[in-house]
Design a protein around this ligand. Structure first.
Ligand code: ATP
Ligand code: MG
Ligand code: MG
Ligand code: MG
Length: 470
């Protein structure tokens, strides 16, 4: 019997519990006390307090299943088999406790032991940092990986500036020749840009301090930080062509089929289905964690994702609000581990539905105007859409710039980003001077006049901006 995604998640946590780790629950997607991040984007991001010494953990061995959002991968979604904007990272961590030897041995044991995941060891290969002799020895001598399946890559060094840094090792699963067999493909190797060797797990060995002068000196207490993508593991275990063809996504895709009447076809790209299913998960989890659509920061990311899903839905013939109907499906798939999503589903639906309805009012006219703009630009031999045009779509029809840009790109055109920003600034200046002239505005409280912050979350049936209910 195939393992379910819930079982895989639980097995990971159980395995590391058995190795003396404490299980930390998934933290909110919204970072706490960390202005450097818009969203939690990895398992270690929520554990920084232990690694930078602000908090001493009761147990230096920790494991978790952590919700993560990465918007930098948005262009890959629906095009690669393996990228999402929302995914789960499974991780084991050592805060100055065990190091490389245990981390590598346990990763191998979890992946290949018949009692656990039972992957065929011959399908696994790894990449390491070329100077990391220790990792090489462990993989080669202790684990027994042949030399040709230990690939040395210069970029396998984790360094984000001052603070802990170190080499890493990534573990790849060979999905077989069906996913690539061209001997002349220069990218066909573990770590290359291909769909055959799937990176499932990344182990970071933070053993140096990156000093202010740029030098690296050994850390007195070395740490382990690992991240395994649940969706990718499940795709291999469930023998799926892409992450989307697993129990984590198929119920969402079937609901989209039901709502649209369109068919998700085996062997086809199905980009619209995948983008919509991906974005449905992201916005559901983000709103359940307290983010709300708005024009800035996190809220703008949500607005973009919702509007992008609505735009892709047009390709499936869906032209009424539908995304909110996917929320209960997402909640049902994830309820074993993420109860909050099931509990908050009605509120999340309300927010998404409102946002969809607003955009539905203008998207059709917007798209036809965009098509005219594109045809006109092409007829005039131009290679980009003017800033004025992009601004009109943004201002009058609610098109996020990125959405217009993506659409234009598909038609072989760029957009005039700088021209757009000029238009936007000109509008802000107009609004500012209008405010100055208007005595009536000045009698309003500072709180109301200075609303520039994204809306914040104060309860499941209320909205607030700057602490004021609206
Ligand atoms: P890739 O090279 O495939 O983009 P990565 O090296 O950027 O992955 P890491 O930062 O090492 O990813 O994250 C740890 C693990 O999390 C990866 O090995 C992968 O299994 C998973 N992962 C990373 N990004 C994504 C994503 N956008 N969608 C789904 N899983 C992801
Ligand atoms: Mg990546
Ligand atoms: Mg990688
Ligand atoms: Mg990696």
């Amino acid at each position: 019997k195939q393992l379910s995604s819930s079982e895989v998640r639980q097995m990971f946590l159980d395995f590391f519990k058995g190795k003396g780790h404490s299980v930390e629950p998934s933290a909110s997607l919204i970072p706490v006390d960390d202005p450097s991040l818009l969203w939690i984007n990895s398992g270690v991001a929520t554990l920084k307090k232990y690694f930078d010494g602000r908090v001493v953990p009761k147990n230096p061995r920790i494991c978790n299943a952590q919700k993560a959002i990465r918007t930098n991968d948005i262009e890959n979604v629906g095009y690669t088999a393996r990228h999402h904007t929302f995914f789960e990272m499974l991780g084991n961590f050592s805060v100055g406790d065990y190091f490389k030897e245990e981390a590598i041995a346990w990763a191998w044991e979890f992946l290949t032991s018949p009692e656990w995941i039972a992957f065929d060891p011959d399908r696994l290969s790894v990449t390491i940092y070329p100077e990391d002799e220790e990792a090489y020895k462990l993989w080669h001598e202790k684990v027994g990986l042949p030399e040709n399946r230990i690939i040395k890559l210069e970029h396998n060094f984790w360094d984000i500036g001052e603070g802990p840094s170190g080499p890493n090792t990534e573990i790849f699963y060979d999905r077989g020749e069906a996913f690539g067999d061209d001997p002349n493909d220069p990218e066909l190797f573990p770590g290359g840009e291909n769909e055959r060797y799937l990176e499932v797990w990344n182990l970071v060995f933070s053993q140096f301090n990156h000093n202010p002068d740029g030098s690296h000196t050994p850390l007195p207490k070395k740490n382990i930080d690992t991240g395994m993508g649940l969706e990718r593991m499940v795709s291999v275990i469930q023998n799926a062509e892409t992450n989307f063809d697993t129990d984590l996504f198929l119920p969402i895709i079937h609901k989209i089929e039901e709502l649209s009447g369109a068919k998700y076809q085996a062997g086809k790209k199905n980009t619209a289905f995948k983008v919509i299913a991906d974005h449905a998960r992201t916005v559901t989890f983000a709103i359940a964690d307290g983010a709300l659509p708005s024009n800035e920061g996190r809220g703008y990311v949500l607005r973009r994702l919702i509007r992008r899903a609505v735009r892709y839905a047009m390709d499936l013939g869906l032209d009424k609000p539908f995304l909110f109907e996917l929320v209960p499906v997402v909640a049902d798939i994830m309820k074993d581990y993420y109860k909050e999503v099931l509990e908050r589903a009605p509120f999340v639906q309300k927010v998404i539905r409102g946002e969809e309805e607003r955009f539905q009012e203008t998207i059709h006219e917007g798209v036809s105007i965009l098509k005219e703009q594109i045809a006109e630009a092409k007829a005039q031999g131009k290679n980009e859409l003017s800033g004025e045009n992009v601004f009109k779509l943004y201002d009058t029809f609610g098109f996020p710039v990125e959405l217009t840009e993506e659409y234009a790109n598909q038609e072989g055109l760029a957009i005039d980003q700088a021209g757009f920003e000029d238009e936007l600034n000109a509008q802000r200046d107009r609004a500012r001077s209008a405010r100055k002239d208007q005595k009536s505005m000045q009698v309003q409280s500072d709180t109301l006049r200075n609303i520039t912050d994204p809306s914040e979350f104060i309860g499941y049936d209320q909205f607030a901006v700057d602490g004021v209910k609206v």
